[in-house]
Design a protein around this ligand. Sequence first.
Ligand code: SAH
Length: 454
Amino acid sequence: MKFIAPVTRNQEITATIMDLTYEGLGVAKVDDYPLFIEDALPGEEAKLLVTKVGKNFGYARVLERLNDSPDRVELPNKSYMQSGIAPLGHLSYPAQLKFKQQQLQNVYKKNRLDIEVLPTIGMAEPKGYRNKAQIPVRQVKGQLETGFYRKRSHELMPLEDFYIQDPEIDRAIVIVRDLLRQYHIPAYDEARNRGVIRNIMVRRGYFSHEMMIVLITRTREVPQLQNIISGIVMKLPKVVSIMQSVVPKPTNVVLGRTVKKLYGKTFIHDQILGHTFDISALSFYQVNPLQTEKLYQTVISAAHLTGKETVIDAYSGIGTISLSLAKHAKYVYGVEISEAAVADAKRNAKHNGIANVKFQQGLAEKVMQDWREAELDVDVLVVDPPRKGLAGTFIEAVGIMKPKRVVYVSCNPATLGRDIALLQEFGYHAAETQPVDMFPLTQHIESVTALTLD
Ligand code: SAH
């Protein structure tokens, strides 16, 4: 039987928004057929234009909102939502925090997990928090521009105030943009894979105020490079590092695998919970400095350390969690895939005078198996995997090594739910999850869950 959707493209309908997807889109239903709608909140009734009709769901756009949700707030600039900079920017901050708590509750329900989700720990001022930006550079109407891509498009919208980024980073991007204009540097042309400058990346230390600028270029050669470097150093005295990363091919990946130093150092400093960290261009570093301290405090209390424990910190990055735990533990083993991050981690341990940690470069799932074979006696395991969660082989190794406690730091509720269900089969049990809002105004959900052996 041929499927017939109850709506057609370009049809106008009036509907009530019932729900909000995990991506922050409003959901209206026509005879059980869901339509996803930007800038629409539960409880709002709206005149809609159907823009896309698929087999199982469609998309619509709001023509006119007939009533406002009590949770609706106005953003200073509508384009923040169109760009994916602030997909939850139309929702009041308390409602965002509740939304994140509920998303975790929904995942647990789906996985039949009986775990309490605590209220999300939020920020006092949920804006200007990002310490890192990666901004595309393109030619728009004959002029080099920095800005953002409209969602699902290849059209760059020029923008100077990114709202969720540290305002000093926004300022630096405008200064670099103006230097690129002054020296007539060709912006990257995606369609023809031509031009020179693809992206500008900026990192700023929250406590140190040190800045790193990374020029991501298509070509190795950059015309007027010395002038650009001198211009940056003169106009931005806090820049201590300028790097270049060459990405010759058409790709969505922003940074290349290697970076080259153009000026100064290869890293910047920052501090977390009293420790100083070197952060290099290719290493992962949490983007919200104030909330990172709250996240790590939550991890430290969830780990229940007394000073006698052997700890594994898997997916350890530049060692931030490992070093935060080290003074509460006997020994901490970190494992991390990125060579740059492991090099940073080793230097960071040394500079902070912490001797009871060791960092191993490799795949967490592989190194866990090695440690299991070496019969490493682990008391507490901390994991902080990327969005795809833990590998099956990693969980099997946990089942054999049987650490008394597993502290799961997750950036993706879906894989968290899946992995907790798997860990349960090995006798682990979780009582509660603490969400910490690392990404205000966006849909991203970070949380900490302690699991113990039954
Ligand atoms: N705990 C750190 C880093 C978390 S981000 C912090 O709080 O800053 C996740 C890290 O996992 C990244 O550094 C990434 O390079 C690393 N990673 C991704 N896949 C991995 C794998 N299979 N094995 C080991 N590390 C991995």
